[in-house]
Design a protein around this ligand. Structure first.
Ligand code: ADP
Ligand code: MG
Length: 252
C-alpha cells in the first residue's frame, strides 16, 4: 500500500531580521490512508510549523514532502474556530464550498448530514455567538470536512474548550472522523487525548523539533464506550512511556 503522506528528513528554519530560528530538524514521517496519528511535544517546539509545511502554507528546501492524493486536498483546522459572526452556522459551514465553487447538491446534502451527525441541525440559523464552545468547534469541523479533504490536520482543536466538555467533544468528534475513514494528524498537548484517539503517537523534542519516539497504540476497549480507551488496561503504561519520552524519568 502506498502511503498517503511521506515526509523525509524535513528541516525548517524561520528567518527574521534578528537571525534564524531553527524550528524542525530531520523529521521523517509516513502516513497511510485511514490512519489517525497524534503529535505531542513541548509548547513552541515546532508542531504548528510541521502542520503548515504539510498543508503547503510554507515551504522548505531541505527534505521532501510527498502528498499522494487523487484529487483531494488538505483540510486544516486551527485552535480558534474562526467562525464568521455575520454568517449563521449553516452559512459558516458552507463557506469553504462557496469559496471553492463547490456548492453542488451532493455537497449540500453532505453538510446537512453532518449537521445532524454533530447535533447542530437545530442551530443551523443561529449566529456563532449563540453557541457553546463545543458546538462552535463542531461547526468549524463541518466547514472543514465539507470539502472532503483527503487529509485532515487538526492543530489543538479542543484547547479552547473547558476540560469537561473537551473530554466528550474530542472523543465524540474523533470517533466520527475515524468512522468516515479520514486520514488525520492531530496536534495536542493532552497525552491522554493522544493515546485514547490515535493509532500512533509521535513525540517531538524541544525546538528544533526532532522525532524523539513513536508509539503504536493498541488498546483493549469497547468501541461504543466513549471513555473506554482511558479505562483500557494498557492505557496507563502508554501514558507513562510517552511522558518519559517527553520529559525524561526525573519528573515521575
Ligand atoms: P508549537 O506549535 O509547537 O507550539 P510553532 O510551530 O508554532 O510551535 O513554533 C515553533 C517555534 O518557531 C517557536 O518557538 C517560535 O520561536 C518559532 N516561530 C513560529 N512562527 C514563527 C514566525 N512566523 N517567525 C519566526 N519564528 C517563528
Ligand atoms: Mg502550535
Amino acid at each position: 500500500m502506498n502511503p498517503i503522506l511521506e515526509l523525509k528528513n524535513i528541516h525548517y528554519n524561520y528567518h527574521s531580521a534578528l537571525g534564524e530560528t531553527p524550528a524542525l530538524s530531520d523529521i521523517s514521517l509516513t502516513l497511510f490512508k485511514g490512519e489517525f496519528v497524534s503529535i505531542v511535544g513541548p509548547s513552541g517546539c515546532g508542531k504548528s510549523t510541521l502542520l503548515s509545511l504539510i498543508a503547503g502554507l510554507i515551504k522548505t528546501d531541505k527534505g521532501s514532502i510527498n502528498f499522494n492524493h487523487a484529487d483531494g486536498f488538505v483540510g486544516y483546522m486551527l485552535q480558534h474556530d474562526n467562525l464568521l459572526e455575520w454568517r449563521n452556522i449553516y452559512k459558516n459551514c458552507l463557506l469553504g464550498l462557496e469559496i471553492n465553487k463547490k456548492l453542488t447538491k451532493e455537497n449540500l446534502e453532505y453538510v446537512d448530514h453532518m449537521l445532524k451527525q454533530y447535533h447542530l441541525e437545530d442551530f443551523k440559523y443561529k449566529k456563532p455567538s449563540e453557541l457553546s464552545g463545543g458546538m462552535r468547534q463542531r461547526a468549524a469541523l463541518i466547514r472543514t470536512l465539507a470539502l472532503k479533504p483527503e487529509l485532515l490536520l487538526l492543530d489543538e482543536p479542543f484547547s479552547a474548550l473547558d476540560s469537561m466538555t473537551r473530554l466528550t467533544v474530542s472523543e465524540d468528534i474523533c470517533k466520527k472522523i475515524r468512522k468516515e475513514g479520514k486520514t488525520t494528524i492531530l496536534v495536542t498537548h493532552e497525552l491522554a487525548e493522544a493515546i485514547s484517539l490515535s493509532d500512533k503517537v509521535y513525540v517531538l523534542s524541544k525546538r528544533p523539533a526532532t522525532i524523539k519516539a513513536v508509539f503504536d497504540i493498541h488498546l483493549t476497549k469497547d468501541p461504543d464506550d466513549i471513555l473506554g480507551a482511558r479505562k483500557a488496561p494498557e492505557f496507563q503504561n502508554y501514558f507513562q512511556k510517552i511522558w518519559e519520552a517527553l520529559y525524561g524519568t526525573e519528573n515521575l
